[in-house]
Structures are given as C-alpha cells and as structure tokens.
Design a protein around this ligand. Sequence first.
Ligand code: RUQ
Ligand code: CUA
Length: 681
Amino acid sequence: MALTRREFISGTAAGAAGLVVGGVVGNIIGGGGDGETVGGGAVTGVSSDITAIAEARGLEPGDIAKAVKTFVPGGRPELDEFYVFSSGGHSGQLMVMGVPSMRILKIIGVFTPESWQGWGYGSESDAVIKAGTTSEGGPVSPSRPTLTWADTHHPALSETDGEYDGRWVYIQDRANGRIAMIDLRDFKTKQIYDVPNLVSSHGGCFVTPNSEYVHISTKTPTLRDGVDPASALENFADSFRGYSTFLAINPQTGRFDIERSFQVELPPYTQDLADAGKLLSFGWVFIGSYNTEMAYGGNLEGNPPIEVGASKADFDYLHMVNWKKAEQVVGTRSVMLNGMRVIPLDVAIEEGILYLAPEPRSPHGADVSPNGRYIVVGGKLDPHVTIYDIEMIEKAIAAQDFEAHDQYGIPILRFDSVVSGRVEVGAGPLHTQFDDKGYGYTSLFLESAVAKYSLGAPDFTAEESYKLVDKVPVHYNIGHLVAMEGDTVKPAGKYVIALNKWSIDRYAGIGTLNPQNFQLVDLTGEKMEVLSDTPIGMAEPHYVQAIRADRIKSWDVYPPGTDQLTMQPSPHAIADGGERIEQNGTTTEVYMSVKRSNFKPDIIRVKKGDRLVLHLTNVEVTPDATHGFAVPRYNISMSIDPGEYARIEFVADVEGAFAMYCTEFCSALHLEMQGWIIVSA
Ligand code: RUQ
Ligand code: CUA
C-alpha cells in the first residue's frame, strides 16, 4: 500500500499497517484456504473448525470451554469485569491485572524505582521515596540512607459503607514497616509513610469500612526505646512491643493524616494477618498471632531454632482491638512515641480496648465474613479453620467470661464461649475469602488446594452450617487467595484466584527459578474449576484485592498542567508558547514544553556546578501521548503523561554535551525528539 509522505509523518502508517494485518486475519477466520500460517504452532492449515484446531494442538474439549470463558479479545476491555490489585512482592511495586483475562495491565512504581515511568530517577518521585525513610520507623544505616527495597504484601482498597469505592489503594512494605498510598485517578503513588515504632510489618494493611483508617501492625516486635540491644533477646518480654496502627485517611485526598492517627501498644507476640470488622463487628480489628512463646532462636547458642520454639504451645492468640473505643480515649490517655500517639498496653486493657482469644496451632490468616459476624482463622499446623462469632465475643466480654489473663494482664476469652464452629478443611489452612452465597474459601498450603465450606447463619441452618462442600487442587503451595470483592460486605462471587508459590512443571524451563503461579478458579459451577494459569515472573506477590471494573473512574489525560504529586495544577506548568529559560545566580530554571515531536527549548546551556531546575509540561491532550525524558549519564529518566507537569532538579556537575531524549516511542519522529544539555566550565 502506497503512503504519502504526509500520512507517514502524521502517523497513519500504523493504521494502514493494521489494515494489511486485518486482511490476513480475515482470511484465516473466514477459512479462505490460502494456507496462511497462524502463529507457527502445529496448526498450519486454515480451519475454523474449533475441534479440529484443538485436536491438532493436543487440547482437550474442556480446554476450549476454559479458553472461551477467559479470552478477552483486543479492543473489548469491558470483557474484563474486574481489576485485581496485586502486591508486587519483592519488586516493591503494585501490579494491576484484568479478570478473567489475567493479563497484566500495569506495574505501578511504589517503594522501588521504576524506570519506565521514571519513578525514582530524578523527578519529584525521589522525594516521595526519600520521605518514606525516616528515623521514626527505626534506625537507618547512614551508608545506605534511603530504603529502596521493599516487600509489598497486602493491598487494601478504600471503602465506603464496606464496599470498594475505587478511589485509593494502600500497600504495605513487610520488610521495613512502611505503607504507601496510590491514587486510582492516575494509578500513581502519592505518599510513602515510614510508620513510627514499626521496624517490620506483616498483618495487613486493611481499610476500615468507611476508609476511616488503614490498619498496619508489627510483625517481629519492635525494640523499645532505651533498651540495650545486647541483652534485649534474653529479656524479650520486657524489651519488645508490638503496635497496632490506625492511620487516619484524609477523606478528600486519601493521604495519611498523621495527627489523627494512633497506635495501640501490643505484647511482643508476633502479630500476623489482620482484618477490619464490618457491619456486626464494625469498630473492631482482628489480628492473628504466632510465637506467643516469644522464642527468639539461638540455634548456635544451645537454644531450639525459632520454628521449634514458636510451635510449642497448642494455642496462640487472636487479638481483638476495639478502635472505636480507642478513638474515644486517645485524646486523653495516649503518650507520644516517635511522633505517633500511642495508647499504652495498660490503658488499652483498662479501657477494654484489647482482648485475646485462643487460636489453635500456629495461626496465620484472620478474615472477617461479609456480614461481619464470623472471623475465620486458619492454623497452619491444624487441619481446621476456626470460626469465631462476634455476637459470642461481645457477650463473653460483657459477662467477663475470661479463662485467664496473659502475663501482661490482657483478658483471654474462653475458647468455647467465642467459637461457633470448626471445619476440617485439610492440611495447612492459611487465608479465607468469601462469596455472595455464604461460603468461605480457604487456601490449603500443604495440600495445595482450595476448600469451600458453608459458614453459619443467616445463610445456613444449624444443620447445614460448617460443612465442607468442595475442594479443588491448585498448583502448587497456595498462599493467599482472593475472591472478587471478597473482602467487602457484598462479595461478587464468580472467581477465586489462587496465588501459588510454586510452579514446578507448569511452565517451560527457564532456569533454576520458576515463576509464581496465579490460577483463576471458576466458582459458578457445581464444582470449582481451574480455568487458567498465569505466570508472574517478577517477584512473589502476596495478596491481591479484586474490584469490579466499573467502580474505577480513572483519568485518560490529566487536566492541563497537573502536578502528579499534588493532583492540582502546578504554578510552574506552562501552555504552548510559555517556554523560557530563567537564570537566577547559579540556578538555571527551564520552563519546557513537551509534545510530538520536540522539547522546547531543545538546547540548555549551563555552567558546570550550576543547579538546573527543569519544569516540564506535556502540553498534549491526546490520551496515551506520553513522552519520556532522560539525561544520559546523570541517572535521570522519567515519563510525562499528557497534561502532566513534572519537575527535575539536579546539579550539573559533569562537564560535557549530553543528548537528552524522549524515551517513549511517541511518534514516527520519536527518534528526533531530542536535544542538548551543554555543561561547560
Ligand atoms: S501472608 S501467604 Cu505474608 Cu499475607 Cu499469608
Ligand atoms: Cu516523545 Cu518520543
């Protein structure tokens, strides 16, 4: 097909190429019989006979149904009914996927630099990452002062009335006890907060039903201020404390409001997964724990290893924290600790803010059912899930029905007074999710399976309650699982995704490290059925939340001149024609427009040692007209989306001629989108 020079420059070449491809595809689908090869697989002939194709490729008839149930053709995004927000695990990032296609749509830079979006490579995002490292969160090595490694664990979507509202998502860094906030208008990180008194965190990050707070608690407890580390382990019970943190959410911006936030001091047990109460249990947070033995290892010093010491007792403790009550007393009865209001342990006990209940055998997940009535706990070394009932818990508290107090004086509720049922689900139960019909789904790590069982009233009679009804094998070693909107008051059912840690034999060999394996499980039939496997080759994602796609109202382009960090128009943004260079002593400020296919100005001359401040405005209004901006040898790279304002500041301390360039293939003349930064003596 002949193209005019003008068509090429304005970018219609791609469209024309599309027509050519379309023609070929049309022939194949139409069974035109001209023998075109499809994808180089076993099927080289042209056929529209699905059974014949399947047979030639060695597929089972059942595979066809699975493929059709999950296939989302290009240009039909509405067929992905849900988004999932997946922790990026050790990548320190957040991953967005579509369901049922399971295609990865985006990887959002959070705690770790992300070079495509230029997150952490010279722009203001550096300041966000840097602000996410403070001494309040614990000591930091002066030789490596900014934390750029994180292990993202539990994403938590914002909620209104217990349902996802599609506004913000939070994710915590298990490694360093930090938390980040991402705005879902542009899917970008706005804030990283290094939570005081938390050196590490596991137990979630969960949002309360009206996004009052996002909760994050300690994993390994924190060394108390002033304690000599040398003898700390031997005096473990006095030296360490846990903290349950309630970070207040600003209802307009979604950011953390530290002044209104608080912590409740906890005993130095290893607090684990947590979940916020809802409806019947609104106002409570439930936190599982293990190692209430407070074992600290020392296997070369004559002690048992931690895993042995921590598994001695038959019971650990489910922690119940009443944040509604805590809210009432925090103004008068808290102390300031490293910039955070803390309700001390004795006050928490006295005010009825903190209770414990026995949990069998190394518990892990604690998950609240949609009606808020049941708290389901999986014990890694117990084949049962244990189901606590908030009505029984509140009754037992009112009656002071305690079996004992722990060594810190926290009341321990009697197991039989708070547990309404147990279900034998299989080996290694970890986490639980819920559907819209009253069933619970629990991941079985040791058994590599998902178990489905009935919960109690109001969905089931006493006879029907707590019955195992189905089980499906998954591959392999499942950790978390997520059901669609399965953490809300109105789950959507339909699918569960199994987040499997091992994938031996599922994929082609890629060396000695296999990908993690996400499996999509269909819940709509009589029996659960695995529909697809998706390799995640970037890290070990821990947890995922799934939200109905129509709840997300993201922007296509920024309102002109929006500063991505504030989401407000920047006073330094320019429109076309506003380009200029201003010299203030040794600082050079450049107001630059960015559009297809040039930077203006495209020559910047500075003296060696001068400070260079670049104000870049992408003046485009076309969706997806993103440009990159990189300065070679200065470790600077970023992307500027349509309408976005971005600021880069650096000292031009290396002499030379540096060819700044656009890193995004934005147009036919993308390669020409370049310029010079001249740094002379
Ligand atoms: S946890 S695999 Cu790190 Cu969320 Cu249970
Ligand atoms: Cu702009 Cu390439």
